[in-house]
Design a protein around this ligand. Sequence first.
Ligand code: APR
Length: 381
Amino acid sequence: MTDVAIIGAGPAGLTLANLLQRNGISCVVLEARDRSYVEERQRAGILDHYGSEIFAAAGLAEAVIAGAPREQFLELRYEGEPHLFDGPAHAGGRSGVLVPQQLLVRRLLTTFLAGGGDLRFATPVDRINIKENRMVYAGGELTASYIAGCDGFHGVSRRSIPAAALTTYSFDHGIGWYTVLADAPPPRHALMGISEHGFAAQFGRGPKASRFYLQYDLGAGDPREWPDDHTWDQLRLRLGDPALPTGPITDREIVEMRSFVTEPMAYANLFLAGDAAHIITPMGAKGMNLALADAGVLATALTAALHDGDDAALRSYSDTCLRRTWDYQEFSRWFTEMVHDAAAAEDPFRRRLAKARFDRLWTNPKAADWFADMMAGTALI
Ligand code: APR
C-alpha cells in the first residue's frame, strides 16, 4: 500500500508527484497513455508567476523552468491602434514564464523518474472503490491511503463520486475560437486584436512560428475549411496590420470556450485536482496554472496529514481551491467579454461597456494593477 495514488500524469498529477517526492511521501502515478503521448501533448504555454513560485518554493525552479523567458509586454490593439501593457511594472515585478506545456511535462517527468519515482504508463484506471481506497486497472489493482484524481475532464475520478454528492456548474461562453499554427515570424510582443470584425491574437511559438487565434461565428460553418487567404485576410484586418507576414499553416483546430466547476473537489479520501475538477476558457491562460495551484495546495495538505497527522488543510482543500477557481473563472469571463464584445454588432450597449472596460486599463492605475495581478496569479490562501 502506498501513501498517495495519483491518477493521471498531466500538469496536475506530475506537479503533485514531484512535490510529494520532495517531501518524502511515497506515491504511485497511474497514467492511461504512453510516455510519448504525455510528452507531446501541446496545450498551455504560460506559467504564471504564482505557478512558478510553487516550483521555486519546492527547490524545483532550476529543474523545471531554467532558461525559460519571462513574459513582459502584452500588446492590445483596439481597431488597429496599439496599446502596450507592461504587466510586471504593474505587478511589482512579478511576471509569467513562457514554458510550453510539453517542456514543463517533460521536465517534471524526468525529475520524478530520476528521483526514483514510480510512474506506470499505459495503465488506465477502470474503476475506483472509494470506500476501500482501491483502484482497479487492467491486470492489477492498487490501494492507497489517499487518491488524487488528476485525470483530466474525461477521467474516471470525478465519475466515481456519487452524483448526489456533487454540484456541477457549466457555462458555454457562446463564442467560437479557431486557432492555426503557421510558419510565420512571431510578433514582437504577445498580441491581441480587438475589433468590430472579431477578436484575433498572435503568440510566438519559437523563433520562426506563430500561433494565431480567431473568433468565428458559431453556426456559420467550420472555420477549418476556410481558404488560407480568408484566414490571413481576417488576421490582417483584426490585427490592424496590412503587412502581417504570413507562412504555411501547419495545424488547424477549434478551441472550446467552455467553463465547468465541480463542487466540492473532494469526497472521502479522493481529491480532485486540475481539469478533473474544473475547466476554464483559454482567455487569461489560467487552465494549467489552476491545475498547478491545486497540486501545490494538495501536496502541502497531504504532507501535513501523513507526516504530522494533521488533516485540517486536507479537509479545507476543496474550499481553498474553489476560491481560486471561481476567482479565475470570473477573471477569464471578464477578459473574454472585454476582448470579444467589440464585435457584438447586435448589442451596441455591450460594445460600449467592453470599450469602457478596456479604457479603464489605461486611465485608472489601480485597474491596471489589478489586471496585472490577475495575470501574475494570486496566492489567495
Ligand atoms: N487512468 C489513468 N490516467 C488517466 C485516466 C484514467 N482513467 N483518464 C485520463 N488519464 C490521464 C490522461 O491521459 C492525461 O494524461 O490523466 C491526464 C490528465 O491530464 P490533463 O488533461 O492535462 O489534466 P491536468 O493535469 O489537470 O492539466 C490540465 O493543463 O493542459 C493544460 O490548460 C490545460 O487546463 C489544462 C490543464
